[in-house]
Design a protein around this ligand. Structure first.
Ligand SMILES: CC(C)(COP(=O)(O)OP(=O)(O)OC[C@H]1O[C@@H](n2cnc3c(N)ncnc32)[C@H](O)[C@@H]1OP(=O)(O)O)[C@@H](O)C(=O)NCCC(=O)NCCS
Length: 156
């Protein structure tokens, strides 16, 4: 049986945060802190999922459901596991859960240079809504703001 056959998605829990931080620190130039992940545990309107393979953290992602809008706050797949469909499955799970919590649309932002994420989001039905100039403080990169208008009619 391939390791990927053991893929499952679980809600964030305190005991998973150490493993998440290793991936987070290796991924983002401005990584979330331990406190940021702990805040997700208590977030009343949050959906935060962790992808496990053979019981080990290989990805994670979250949304905040703000009134009727799911805002994607973070999505990461560990480098060794990228390009195998896990990011797409994770996003699908997150949006389905956000819809169950009342979201009717979804938004996110990403760095303009992040072509892989852009392709993923476009293929899911997100379209560019606007550009936020020099949004990222570490390198003044622009953010693309994307929107999925009809989460009710959307199928994963
Ligand atoms: C973005 C990310 C979550 C995608 O996860 P992933 O598991 O590699 O993605 P998947 O294998 O599910 O691929 C989904 C789609 O992304 C695109 N994609 C994936 N790898 C790609 C590559 N190397 N080049 C171009 N497009 C790619 C494709 O559209 C792909 O769909 P397809 O396989 O049907 O063609 C992952 O690359 C990642 O963690 N990146 C670093 C963190 C990050 O940038 N997060 C997003 C911040 S907004």
């Amino acid at each position: 049986m391939s390791a990927l056959a053991t893929l499952r998605f679980v809600p964030l829990s305190e005991g998973l945060i150490d493993e998440i931080l290793v991936i987070e620190n290796a991924t983002h130039s401005a990584p979330w802190s331990r406190r940021s992940f702990q805040n997700e545990l208590e977030h009343k309107y949050g959906v935060f999922l962790v992808a496990l393979v053979e019981g080990k953290v290989i990805g994670y992602g979250g949304t905040w459901v703000l009134v009727d809008e799911a805002h994607v706050t973070n999505v990461v797949v560990s480098p060794d596991f990228r390009g195998q469909g896990i990011g797409r499955k994770l996003m699908n799970e997150m949006l389905v859960k956000a819809r169950e919590k009342g979201a009717v649309c979804a938004t996110l932002e990403l760095r303009k240079s992040n072509e892989v994420a852009l392709k993923l989001y476009e293929s899911m039905g997100f379209v560019q809504a606007t550009v936020r100039k020099a949004y990222y403080p570490d390198n003044q990169e622009d953010a693309l703001v994307m929107m999925l208008d009809d989460l009710i009619g959307w199928t994963p």
